[in-house]
Design a protein around this ligand. Structure first.
Ligand SMILES: Cc1cc2nc3c(=O)[nH]c(=O)nc-3n(C[C@H](O)[C@H](O)[C@H](O)COP(=O)(O)OP(=O)(O)OC[C@H]3O[C@@H](n4cnc5c(N)ncnc54)[C@H](O)[C@@H]3O)c2cc1C
Length: 328
């Protein structure tokens, strides 16, 4: 039986693995140019040389054996390691505490390596934006932006974020009202991320910090990550509230505002290169709370972190559950 998996982030990779494990033949389709989804790594040519920047998820943690197994697999393949860095929380008065000690993992050479590992050996097509579905149980067809049609597929796993899911289902010629209603109830908050490359070392005494009391909620030094061999590089991520308030602001203004705050609080010098990236749908704020949902026929379903909460591991949990449910 053939299965289509739309979205090749962590949840899609997990769903494909579960489907393959049950003997189905999954094909994955993703609109992006390469693996990662929100576990994203950007290569940027800057005046100081090539920088490799993790501008989405900063690290992952594992509470389940299933996700730990993926991290162990990635570790074995040289694609992950524990992040042994100076991680702190800093309050509005500048009070600094070490972050609670627990294993935090990063991808090597970047976060997207975790997804690349999870997709190893899979049939994945990038640059494939699904627009809608036709056909029906037993023979689903997937339509793409470039007018291509793939299928028929006996099973379809949709692991795109809720807004894209609603869009895709609402254009499809079938009654998906149950799945759409659940996706409407989920809420995702935005995150403005500023990447800056500097012309010399900057060491404020930490490598990654959770912040309260300002616009920035997280800042991290890319060159404190194993295997990073580029120039001095910092990532600043704004809080959901601030990102929402300045959602439509000019990227340069956002970069200026967050850079100014990091300068005032920690003395971060002005970068020689900087970019702001707006994650419109970054972190889950309200989730249905069940790992996966199927349509009435049980042959098509939806999953992703948005079903459980704002952590990469939950995307994996959801994807595995979706793949299992579709294999039954
Ligand atoms: C700024 C930021 C910081 C974060 N920090 C952390 C952190 O520190 N720790 C942590 O555990 N988690 C963190 N997260 C959350 C973590 O990244 C997500 O939980 C996880 O990556 C979600 O995986 P997913 O597979 O559900 O979704 P995604 O990774 O979003 O994958 C969905 C995929 O669907 C594709 N897609 C969308 N629409 C279509 C379409 N129509 N056709 C084809 N493909 C489509 C997208 O290209 C994407 O690849 C962070 C996220 C962000 C954005």
């Amino acid at each position: 039986m053939r299965a289509a998996v739309i979205g090749a982030g962590l949840a899609g990779a997990a769903a494909a693995r579960a489907l393959a494990h049950a003997g189905l033949e999954p094909a994955l389709f993703d609109k992006g140019r390469g693996p990662g989804g929100r576990l994203s790594t950007r290569r940027a040519e800057t005046p100081q040389g090539m920088a490799r920047i993790d501008h989405g998820a900063q690290f992952v943690t594992a509470e389940t054996a299933a996700f730990q197994a993926l991290l162990d697999e990635a570790h074995g393949a040289g694609a992950a390691r524990m992040w042994d860095a100076r991680l702190v929380s800093i309050d509005r008065t500048g009070g600094m505490q070490p972050l609670r000690a627990k294993p935090r993992w990063i991808g090597l050479p970047g976060m997207n390596a975790l997804v690349r590992t999870a997709l190893d050996g899979m049939d994945v097509r990038f640059g494939a934006r699904a627009t809608h579905l036709s056909g029906g149980p037993g023979g689903w067809l997937v339509h793409f932006e470039d007018a291509r049609v793939e299928g028929p597929f006996e099973r379809v796993a949709l692991t795109v974020p809720p807004e894209q899911l609603i869009d895709l289902l609402a254009r499809s010629d079938h009654d998906f009202s149950g799945l759409i209603a659940e996706a409407r109830d989920a809420q995702m908050g935005p995150c403005w991320t500023v990447m800056g490359v500097h012309d010399g070392p900057f060491d404020p005494g930490f490598d990654g910090a959770q912040l309260t009391g300002g616009a920035i909620r997280w800042m991290a030094r890319m060159n404190a990550r194993s295997g990073y061999d580029g120039p001095e590089c910092w990532v600043l991520q704004a809080s959901t509230g601030w990102s929402q308030a300045f959602l439509e602001a000019e990227p340069e203004k956002v970069a200026g505002a967050l850079g100014e705050e990091a300068f005032v609080r920690f003395g971060l010098p002005a970068p020689v290169w900087r970019r702001a990236h707006r994650w419109r749908y970054a972190l889950v704020e309200a989730a249905p709370g069940t790992p996966a949902a199927l349509d009435a026929s049980g042959t098509l379903g939806a999953g992703g972190d948005w079903r459980l909460g704002p952590r990469a591991e939950l995307a994996w949990t959801s994807g595995l559950a979706l793949g299992d449910a579709l294999s039954g």
